[in-house]
Design a binder for this molecule. Sequence first.
Ligand code: CA
Length: 412
Amino acid sequence: MTGYGTADETKRDGRTRIVLDVDTGIDDTLALAYLLASPEADLLGVIGVYGNVTAETAVRNNRDVLRLFGRTDVPVLHGMPRPSWADCFEVDEGCARFHGANGLGNVDPAEYIGSADGGAGEIASAGTGESGGGVGAVADSEPDGMPVPASVRMIPGEAHTFAAAGRVKSVGGYRAEGEAELEEVVAAERAVRRAEAEGVKFIVDAVRRYGREVTILATGPLTDVTAAIEAAPDIVDSLRVVMMGGALTQEGNCYDLVCETNIIQDPEAANRVFRSGADVTMVGLDVTHQCLLTRADAQVWRDAGTSRGRFLADMVEFYINANEDADPMFLAGSPLHDPLAAAVALDPTLVTCFDINMMVETRTGDGHGFRGRTIGDPTRLRKPRKTAHVALGVDSDRFVPQFRDRVASICH
Ligand code: CA
């Protein structure tokens, strides 16, 4: 039971270099806010990947949130628009239910920028601008509309493989019926090229430059990370990933109650990352379901009386309502999935980990397990080196107030 490294390995000048890869929904935004509020975080760049929203929307949300908090110095990059197993992607209805059609609880950060209370002023910079040669702020683009989900082929119990021919569309991690439209596939392919040149390259460049002194913090599907490994296999030996996703001892949070939503988006990608030899800390439902944000916590941000505080409180209200509607377990509060992963990237002592070589099952059926399940890898069970560290215990009494108060500190 260890963390994922010593402080000396992960930090330099007392600060932890982070590349954040997010599918910017509500808790992703809270993770971003936490990093902005943490003086020990050196945020090199923020990559927007598909997942809770489209990649385009994730990028737009990242840019808008950074602007609201006065941190336009942080590079914003495009990540992958679709999972590795599909040709294009559509957002699932369930994600919109938890995160709103725009990923931010239908709250528009642009409306809070430049409010009379001066909420968009600069905050103390936690970054160095030392971005590893990455790309600056991206050009404005129109937000995607929220597509109406196609009918989805639900697959429990059905033996299958996703290496299918034709134009394959993912709807929230599940394969859509029929072939995708050619225009969708062409548009996705264009976006893939852009992601390879921006977000994927940014990860490769950061790891080549900083080695184990940069942490790739992935709070969405692992599609960008696996693309980086495939583009530059040399990075694996020094690649350190902290990811939100998976569940080892708890039910999943997908339709099937086995899989976790980030993993089901791209099980192949997560499996490749786990089995690559990279050092991976898994912050999954085992611990995030122990860290709950309450209405009282959100009220602390609202009480700041600023546009930033109102934005966060308004956005989180949507999330809390959605979680309460979804599961009585969340009447006690809403899970801080992505913020906990961000906090663990900065301070591994918040969690206790079980070291194990992990894998993700990619097929469903007899002899194949269940597609999307995160589990120990039987082929590496006896290997002395364990590459994954699965967080199973968490000091939520320390983390949750620290999270609330740090975020409040930038609501001025
Ligand atoms: Ca996320």
